[in-house]
Design a protein around this ligand. Structure first.
Ligand SMILES: Cc1ncc(COP(=O)(O)O)c(C=O)c1O
Length: 363
């Protein structure tokens, strides 16, 4: 007899991560592979975080601090909030999953998200299982906040806005977000997913979820140590939320959801302003380099504030992705999000971007 698995789970597509470097090396018999597919930090982890991990390794026989007090206090101090406002998860992926569990309560409840946007929001809605309403981005590939607001019903519980958005890199302004929040009914929580915030902090009128939570808005802000802080492999995401949400979150989460190495690494990375600054500065150059490249080669780049470029290359992206893979450059095609002519390329080091540029121009 076969096990009975919930049909809504079987309808889900497994997450398709960027191809691992070792896989691509083996498949195409390559010595050098450049991965520009997962928006990782091209300079690696903060050296301070690596040191902290090495020191903490001797204590791995002990359980982690389940309340993760040290890192939550450090985040609270840095962002002007209290520890009772801080969420911490096994990557922000886990926070997205748990937000689904906290707010969505069966098919009569509803999530609203942009389209295309980060695919894990779909998964949170599917697992609930809740109704999912996707609102197309506007002509500039930005979240269409007016249409999102129009879609709100008495069943809506949560709205996800990735700012900057993945895969487009676009941002909505603080003025627009505040006007949206002022009109949002009290039964709806806005999740502002700021996984790429550090790269966009300079954008004009950039909203900041820590400020919005401080001001008492019904907002959850999500951040991550995976991108600008360079710790994708150890999995730490954090968030800012009203205290009542954080209280509910503690009831629902696993008791030791952030492991001991992740906790010490995150504390060290938070203080490594030098590594962060180097990463953000390189990103500004890298984005400009990719924008110029796509424009010079007949493409139309979207105005990205994240650590990746997104461009309409006016031809099918899948064959371009395949051809680049054979040359040892891993990028992403937009086909799986309904943009078959778009390519997404993470900002690497300038050396990596030069390799991408020369292979791309040679296609
Ligand atoms: C918008 C957005 N949110 C969240 C995540 C998840 O990040 P992590 O789980 O590594 O913190 C990503 C990762 O690509 C992302 O693009």
């Amino acid at each position: 007899m076969s096990a009975i698995i919930r049909p809504n789970v079987l309808q889900m597509e497994p997450y398709a991560p960027g191809r691992p470097i070792e896989d691509v090396k083996r498949e195409f018999n390559l010595d050098r592979v450049v991965k520009l597919a997962s928006n990782e930090n091209p300079f690696g982890p903060s050296p301070l975080a690596v040191g902290a991990i090495q020191r903490a390794a001797a204590n791995l026989h002990q359980y982690p601090d389940g309340s993760a007090a040290a890192i939550r206090n450090a985040i609270a101090a840095k962002f002007g909030l209290e520890a009772e406002n801080i969420l911490l998860g096994n990557g922000s992926d886990e926070l997205i999953h748990l937000i689904g569990l906290l707010f969505l309560d069966g098919p009569d409840t509803e999530m609203i998200m942009g389209n295309p946007s980060f695919v894990r929001y779909d998964a949170a809605a599917h697992l609930a299982p809740a109704k999912l309403t996707k609102i197309p981005l506007d002509a500039d590939h930005k979240h269409d906040l007016d249409r999102m607001l129009e879609a709100v019903t008495s069943n809506t519980r949560v709205i996800f806005v990735a700012n900057p958005n993945n895969p487009t890199g676009t941002v909505v302004t603080g003025t627009a977000i505040r006007a949206f929040l002022d009109k949002l009914p009290a039964h709806v929580t806005l999740v502002l997913d700021e996984a790429y915030f550090e790269f966009a902090a300079h954008a004009p009128d950039m909203p900041n979820s820590a400020e919005l939570v401080r001001e008492g808005y019904n907002v959850i802000g999500l951040r991550t140590f995976s991108k600008a802080y360079g710790l994708a492999g150890i999995r730490v995401g954090f968030g800012f939320a009203p205290k009542s949400v954080v209280d509910a979150y503690h009831r629902a989460r696993e008791p030791f959801n952030v492991n001991s190495l992740a906790q010490v690494a995150a504390i060290a990375a938070l203080d490594d302003t030098e590594h962060l600054q180097k990463t953000v500065e390189n990103n500004t150059f890298g984005l400009k380099f990719l924008k110029d490249l796509f424009e010079q080669t007949g493409g139309t780049p979207v105005e990205s504030y994240a650590n990746f470029a997104y461009a309409n290359i006016h031809r099918e992206a899948d064959p371009v992705f395949q051809a680049l893979l054979r040359k040892g450059v891993i990028v992403r095609s937009g086909k799986h999000v309904g943009h078959p002519n778009f390519l997404r390329v993470s900002v690497g080091t300038m050396d990596e971007l030069e390799i991408f540029a020369s292979e791309y121009r040679a296609l």
